[in-house]
Design a protein around this ligand. Sequence first.
Ligand SMILES: Nc1nc2c(c(=O)[nH]1)N[C@H]1C(S)=C(S)[C@@H](COP(=O)(O)OP(=O)(O)OC[C@H]3O[C@@H](n4cnc5c(=O)[nH]c(N)nc54)[C@H](O)[C@@H]3O)O[C@H]1N2
Ligand SMILES: Nc1nc2c(c(=O)[nH]1)N[C@H]1C(S)=C(S)[C@@H](COP(=O)(O)OP(=O)(O)OC[C@H]3O[C@@H](n4cnc5c(=O)[nH]c(N)nc54)[C@H](O)[C@@H]3O)O[C@H]1N2
Ligand code: SF4
Ligand SMILES: [Mo]
Length: 745
Amino acid sequence: MGEWKKTGCVLCAQNCGLEVEIENNRIVRVKGDRDNPRSRGYVCRKGVNISYHQHHSDRLTHPLRRTGSGFEKISWDQAIGEIASKLKQIVGEHGPRSYAYMGGGGQGCHFEAAAGVTLMRAIGSRYHYNAIAQELTGQFWAHGRATGKQYKFSIPDEANSEMLIGIGWNGMMSHQMPRAPLVLREFSKDPQKLLVIIDPRRTETAEIADIHLAVRPGADALLFKAMIAIVISEGLTDDDYIRNHVNGFNEIKKWFEGFDAREAIATCELDYEQVRELCRQMRARKTSIHPDLGVYMNRHSTLTCYLIIILSAITGNLCLPGCNVIPGTLMPIVGHSDEREEKTWRTVETGFPALCGLFPPNVMPEEIMSSKPDRLRAVMCCQANPLRSFADTTAYEQAFSNLDLLVVCDVAMTETAAMAHYVLPARTGYESWDGTFFPWTWPEIYFQMRRPVVEPEGEPLELGEIHMRIADSMGFIPEIPQSLYAAAKENRLKFGMELINYVKDNPSAMKVMPFIVMKTLGGEMGSGNLANLWAMLMNAPGGFKKSAVRAGFPKGPLIGEEIFKAIIDHPEGLWIGKSDPDDNFSDLSTEDKKINVLIPEMEEWLAEIEPGREKAALAQDKKYPFILSSGRHMNFNANTIMRDPAWNEGKRACTCIISQEDADNLGLKDGDMIRVTTEAGSVEVEAEITARTRSGYVMIPHGFGLVHKGQTYGVNANRLAKNTHRDRFAGTPFHRHIPCWIEKI
Ligand SMILES: Nc1nc2c(c(=O)[nH]1)N[C@H]1C(S)=C(S)[C@@H](COP(=O)(O)OP(=O)(O)OC[C@H]3O[C@@H](n4cnc5c(=O)[nH]c(N)nc54)[C@H](O)[C@@H]3O)O[C@H]1N2
Ligand SMILES: Nc1nc2c(c(=O)[nH]1)N[C@H]1C(S)=C(S)[C@@H](COP(=O)(O)OP(=O)(O)OC[C@H]3O[C@@H](n4cnc5c(=O)[nH]c(N)nc54)[C@H](O)[C@@H]3O)O[C@H]1N2
Ligand code: SF4
Ligand SMILES: [Mo]
C-alpha cells in the first residue's frame, strides 16, 4: 500500500482535483478527489492516466547541449552561463527585438509566467508568444472593448441558466467547464432548460442537445449577423437593459439594417424559423453562451466573437445570474494591451500587435525568416511544443533551424527540444509547487496550489528558477542585502516589512521582484513558485481582497497571509473569494460600468459579411473540395502532453474521420489508408467512417505525430495547417476550416 496524496490534473484547463497513490516514488493509482470543491470527484479518462505523463522514458533529467551528432549532458552552471552569454551577445548586437519568450504556462503550471515575462522585460523585449494567442486573443480583445479590459471576458453561469448555447464547442469531449459531461447531461435532462448546440457535426454534445443547429462549416459570422438583424427587426431587444447597461447600440444598429437574414440563414444551411425561435428564446430565457474553438479557430473569428457579445448584450444576457458573467480571479490569465497605443509593440515582419500582451504563434516563423535587421534570432521556449502544437510544422522547422539560439525548457524530449541548442529539464506539475489561473467559476473564486507528490529524478528545476538563474547570470538582479535573506529565515511578516524597506531604497528592484522573492523567501520555502504565491497574495488588488472578505476571510492588513495559510492547509483546493453575485456590472472596467458594443474597427469587416459574398467564399473548391478540421478533442489526446503511446494501447486513436457518403464516393472502406493534402502539406492516415461528421467535413486529431523511442506515433495535424491562413486581426489559425484534397492510397 502506498500513500494517497492530493493533487490536481495538469492535462486541461479544468485542473480537476485528483488523489494519487504513491508507491516507490511513482504514481500507481489515481482517482477524482471528492474534496475538491470545484471538480467534486469528477475525473475523465485522461486524468486517471496521469502516470503516463509523469513516468516515461523521454523525461528529461539533466541540462543538454547540442553537439554535431546529438546532445551532451552539461552542468546547470555551464548551461546557464553559456545561454546568458549568448543572449547578451545576440541582444547586444541586434537589439531586444531579437529575443522572444514562448511559453508561460500550458494546462497545469502557470507560475512560470511571472519569471519568463520578467526575464523578457529585463532583456528589453516585449515579444511574449503563447498558445492563448492561437485560440483566445480575438475573443478577449472583443471583450476588452466591451468590458474595458481584455482580461474581463465572460463565462457562462450555467448553473443558473435557462438556456445554454454552445457554439463550436464539444464539451462532452473537451470539457471547458467544470464537470462538463455531468453538467451537460443534467442540462439536457431538465425539462425546464434548453441546451442548444451550434456545430456542423452531430457531436457527442449535439447528440444530447434539445436543439442542434448543424450550421454550415465556417458560416457563423453570417448566422450571428442574421440573428442580430432578426432581434432588432422583430423588437426582441431588451430596451430597459440596453438603456441602463449598454453603450453604443444606437451607433451600430444601422450596420444590421436591411440585412437579408433569410438569405443569410439559408446560406448557413439552417432553417429560418428555427433560428428565429432561438432569437425569441434568447430574449425570454436567462441565456448563457459558450463559444469555443469552432469559432476561435475559424474564418472571421474575431468578428464572430464580437457579434456574439452584441447578441448577448442586446437581449439582456450579460452580467446577470444565469447569463454570461465576468468571473473574479486572484490573477487574470492574460494582460491587457491596447493596440491603438504607440507603445504597444507590433511584430517586425507581419505587423501584428500584442493582444492581451501576447503575440500569435502563427507569425513566429515569418518573424524569424524576415530579412529585417531586428528580426527574431533567439527564442526561449518553455512548456510549449510549437513543432507539434502550432500551425505549420514545416514553416516552424525551417524557421527554428535559422535561429541563433533556441533554448527549450520542458519535462520531456519533445520534437521542439530535439531542434534546440540547449534543452533544460523542468519539473512536472507533480514534482513542484504550482497551480493555474484557469479556475473560471462564478461567483466563487477557486484556487489550488498543488504540492510536490513525487521526488524528481535527476536535476530538473522549477521553470521560474531557470529564468531567474539566466537573469542572474546576465546581471539583471541587483545585489540583495543580507538583511532580506535573514528576514526570510525568521518569518514571512518580518520578510514583508524588510522587502518594503528594500524597495523604498532600491525602486529599480521592482522590475525583477519575482526573482528577488524567489532568491530570498523561495530559498527558505524550497520553492520560488510558493514564495511568489505569497507575494502575489500580499499585493493582491483591492477588488480581490473584497471578494476574499465576501468568502469569509478576515478584513485587514493580514488578509493575504491568511489566504496563503488557508491555501497551504487545503491541498485539495478551496474557494478563496466570491464575486458580488448581485452586481456583476461592478466588475466591468468601463468608466460608467456599462457594456460598450461599438467597435468601429469592425464595421468594414462586418459589411463584408453578406450572403452572396459568403456563398462564393464557402463554395466548394475544385482543388481542395473537403474542409478539414486539423484538431479534434477526444478521449485519446490531451494536446501534446501525453507522450507515451502506451496509454492508448489497443485504442483507435489517430484517424481521419469521414462520413459514409464521402467514403462511398471515394470508394473507401473503414480502415483504408488515405492521403490528405492541403496547401501546407500532406499526410497519410487511416480513414474512420463515422456518423460523427457530415459530408464534406473531415477531422484529424491534434497532438499526434509524436516521436517516442524513435517511433512516430500517429500523424501530425499541423503539417496540414498553413500558418498564414489566419484571422486578420488576432492572427489565430483557421484549424477548423482548412480546404483539403483526399485520395485513397
Ligand atoms: N480530450 C481533450 N480535451 C481537451 C483537449 C485535448 O487535447 N483533448 N484540449 C483542451 C484545450 S487546450 C482546448 S482549447 C479545448 C477545446 O475545446 P473545444 O473547443 O470544445 O474543441 P473541439 O472539440 O475542437 O470543438 C470544436 C467544435 O467546433 C465544431 N466546428 C467546426 N467548425 C465549425 C464552424 O464553422 N462553426 C461551428 N459553430 N462549429 C464548428 C467542431 O465540429 C467541433 O465539434 O479542449 C480542451 N480539452
Ligand atoms: N492543429 C491543431 N493544433 C493545435 C490545436 C488544434 O486544435 N489543432 N489546439 C491547440 C490548443 S487549443 C492549444 S491550447 C495548444 C497547446 O499547445 P502547447 O502549449 O504547445 O502545448 P501542450 O501540448 O499543451 O504542452 C506543451 C509542453 O508542455 C510540456 N509539459 C507538460 N506538462 C508539463 C508540466 O507539468 N510542467 C512543465 N514544465 N511542462 C509540461 C509538454 O511536455 C509539452 O511539450 O495546442 C494547439 N494546437
Ligand atoms: S483532462 Fe481535464 S477534465 Fe480530464 S481529469 Fe484532467 S483536468 Fe479534469
Ligand atoms: Mo487550448
